[in-house]
Design a protein around this ligand. Sequence first.
Ligand code: CMC
Length: 426
Amino acid sequence: MASNAELIVDGKSYSFPTLEGSEHEKAVDISNLRDQSGYVTLDRGYKNTGATQSAITFLDGEEGILRYRGYSIEELAEKASFLEVAYLLIYGELPTQIQYDAFATGIRRHTLVNEDMRKIFDGFPVNAHPMCVLGSLVNAMSAFYPDSYEGNQNTDLHITRLMAKLPTIATWSYKRSQGHPINYPKNELDYIANFLNMMFALPVEDYKVDPVVAQALNVLLILHADHEQNCSTSTVRLVGSSQANIYSSIAAGVNALWGPLHGGANQEVIEMLEEIKEGGGDVAKYIDMAKNAKTTGFRLFGFGHRVYKNFDPRARIIKKAADDVLSKLGVNDPVLEIAKGLEEAALNDPYFVQRKLYPNVDFYSGIIYRALGIPTNMFTVMFAIGRLPGWIAQWKEMREQKEPIGRPRQIYTGSTLRDFKAMGER
Ligand code: CMC
């Protein structure tokens, strides 16, 4: 596409090149806007701003399409393993058997976490939120692997370490909340079975991984694995653009994910559904509260999305999986019926229809996590385990593209120059 965009400001005309992505997304390249015109753009929340060109994930919010490296999310969720998808995201292609074996073996060999990290962990209050612990310990990994910021950086080794150790660290918070000893990884188990074993095995009895649970988790992790330039991923790229090491960059992503408008919504959803159940199941009351968000400050968690304006393809897969998993596990969770009732009421309400608000990935995921035995305050940690390969892939791409340091502009609205007043004159 060889067209130009014209901008007329203060009576002068400026010309900017346009570009088009492989899926025909169009952009005006304003890299020289300020140099040419003295103007900057203002786009709160980056609703219209493309921060980068990326070959990792394609998302069409109108059509409800999500693809990793060209493969549809529906097909990957049905046919792939989480580690295959991780490899695909990070290295660009589905692995051959030899590549897969090398990737999986590398990860198995790095699951053990330095015992000194345990000392840091032991310093946290027992009831510390697992996301706070996770962000801190991922950041602490750079202290244990200073080669991540000194000398020749072996990025593949750091990627392996992150993939291997995140599930191990994630299980510590849960074990301590139960007053149980932590479990060490068992390298004969695959990625997901190893995580489940560290979460649920007890020294006093055998634990066998239920294949229904393992497959449900496999699907959930795949669905969360990447989502192009969202809040946490943009954070990872922005932090990494200063040449900060991979551990610190990913830790920043964990912290961004924790917020209730982003990954933290999955915990909020279940708490909201529980509250509705405890209050007698009055769905209409919550719909009304959400419609009056300006006065109540209440949002229907798990609803709405910045990009999806018809449906979230991940939510469709998860809703179906929720029915399937709960029935296979013989779990009867009344909260599932409340969620369905809430969805139906919202989808028939003009407020939600006009604003194109639909259930997002977080609306039904918590119901599955709960059926798998994962406690509510660990839901966002599960999201982080799933999102890790996406963050890594985006960090790696940003470095390989040699992107400049991220540094937005602002429109200053504070005081103009004024004279300093001594303390007694203020
Ligand atoms: N409940 C009630 N009203 C809502 C909701 C909601 N969940 N979401 C948006 N709205 C309204 C909002 O009040 C606004 O109305 P009005 O035009 O009258 O001012 C309109 O819809 C547009 O909202 P917005 O905040 O401008 O939209 P956004 O694109 O900036 O926000 C969002 C997207 C996901 C932050 C928002 O929909 C939300 O807060 N949802 C609840 C939190 C949630 O479920 N987050 C998880 C997102 S999916 C997982 C992930 O990728 O992180």
